[in-house]
Design a protein around this ligand. Structure first.
Ligand SMILES: NC(=O)c1ccc[n+]([C@@H]2O[C@H](COP(=O)([O-])OP(=O)(O)OC[C@H]3O[C@@H](n4cnc5c(N)ncnc54)[C@H](O)[C@@H]3O)[C@@H](O)[C@H]2O)c1
Length: 336
């Protein structure tokens, strides 16, 4: 797609370079893989395809014969050592991202988002210290914001187990950058949306369920409705990963991603219906178990990455929603 940000790969930067994407069959990882294939990189994907997460073979339709895929678990340290050797860039996106699952099954979250991250970095230190590692972090680290928009100076005070483990995962990357010179940095993603996102359930994003119900002609449920959120279109998130990988000024940094402004969930629901040319939604009370770990209003200040790397979200929300609906009208069956 056309992007206002000049992708660093446009100048041939990634051509012929070996690249590993953990979580590469997932929503963002597979979108990144497609872009890197187009830029001429030698792309290897690792993903364990656990059914609770967003990994899906359909996500790499069209590039399947141009990537190497290892169905493997990032918790398998020995297997990961073999995959890390020789990679110039590691885009580290394998993660457990359901906030609710992190509360009902905290140790799986710990193993994937924390322990496995440390062993991946240890493998880099021992076998591939020249690698550059870009970590997919989350706005969940901030918890309930003290002020808006949230910048990177905001206190980190996670409200769920996922936020705590992702925080540790992020800081291992920064530590290994600072102490061992393994080029590492972290992108704190906010709600990322677009083609390839999980729509089976709300584990990845509530918007997936909204889009699924809408495309199937059912009213979707909005919980609360007053909460403010920001949204990054997945191609814009991919731009940020590429910029962070290609630019040494990113090393040791943590950067918020954001979207084109804040919107309440009720307004988002109205916009989605409008963009889709029809549909309905119902506003419900927040379920109590979710309210306990809800972060209230959130939207990001992304000045830091704009100033350091020149990134900004290029896709208006309306267009992001339109492309997403259009994709699931064609491909919903592959995601149910
Ligand atoms: N989508 C968002 O809005 C969002 C927001 C904040 C942070 N993030 C982070 O971005 C990253 C990518 O998220 P996504 O939205 O593409 O989700 P996703 O679930 O589609 O992708 C994650 C991939 O990681 C794989 N994976 C999980 N555990 C694994 C393991 N132990 N071994 C190997 N593979 C494993 C999954 O199978 C999946 O394909 C995650 O780390 C997530 O925490 C995403």
């Amino acid at each position: 797609m056309a992007s206002a940000v000049r992708s660093p790969g446009d100048d041939g930067f990634f051509r012929g370079r070996p690249v590993l994407i953990t979580g590469g069959l997932g929503f963002i990882g597979a979108t990144l893989a497609a872009r890197l294939v187009g830029l001429g990189a030698r792309v290897t994907l690792v993903d364990n395809l656990m059914p609770q997460y967003g990994g899906n073979w359909f996500n790499i339709e069209g590039i399947r014969d141009r990537v190497t895929v290892h169905v493997a678990d990032v918790r398998d340290a020995a297997r990961m050592q073999g995959l890390i050797r020789g990679q110039a860039f590691i885009f580290n996106l394998a993660g457990q991202s359901s906030h609710m699952d992190s509360m009902t099954d905290p140790f799986t979250d710990l193993e994937i988002n924390c322990h496995a991250q440390l062993s991946l970095l240890e493998a880099c230190r021992q076998l591939n210290p020249g690698a550059k590692v870009v970590f997919a972090s989350t706005r969940q680290l901030y918890g309930r914001p003290d002020y808006l928009p949230v910048d990177e100076k905001h206190l980190l005070r996670p409200v769920d187990v996922n936020g705590i483990n992702k925080m540790a995962g992020e800081w291992y990357h920064i530590l290994y950058n600072n102490v061992y010179d393994i080029g590492g940095c972290s992108l704190r993603l906010t709600n990322t949306i677009g083609p390839r996102m999980r729509v089976k359930d709300a584990r990845q994003t509530f918007l997936g369920v909204w889009v699924r119900d809408l495309v199937q002609g059912r009213p979707f449920e909005v919980w609360g409705g007053g909460q403010l959120r920001d949204f990054t279109y997945v191609d814009d998130a991919v731009d940020a990963f590429l910029l962070a990988a290609a630019d040494e000024r990113a090393n040791g940094g943590v950067f918020n991603l954001g979207g084109d402004g804040a919107i309440s969930l009720a307004d988002l629901a109205r916009l989605l219906v409008e963009v889709a040319g029809g549909g309905a939604f119902e506003v419900r009370d927040f379920p109590p178990e979710r309210r306990r770990i809800d972060i209230g209003d959130y939207y990001a200040d992304f000045t830091a990455i704009r100033e350091r790397l020149g990134w900004r979200p290029a896709t208006p929300l309306r267009e992001a929603l339109a492309r997403t609906v259009e994709y699931y009208r064609r491909h919903l069956d592959a995601y149910l």
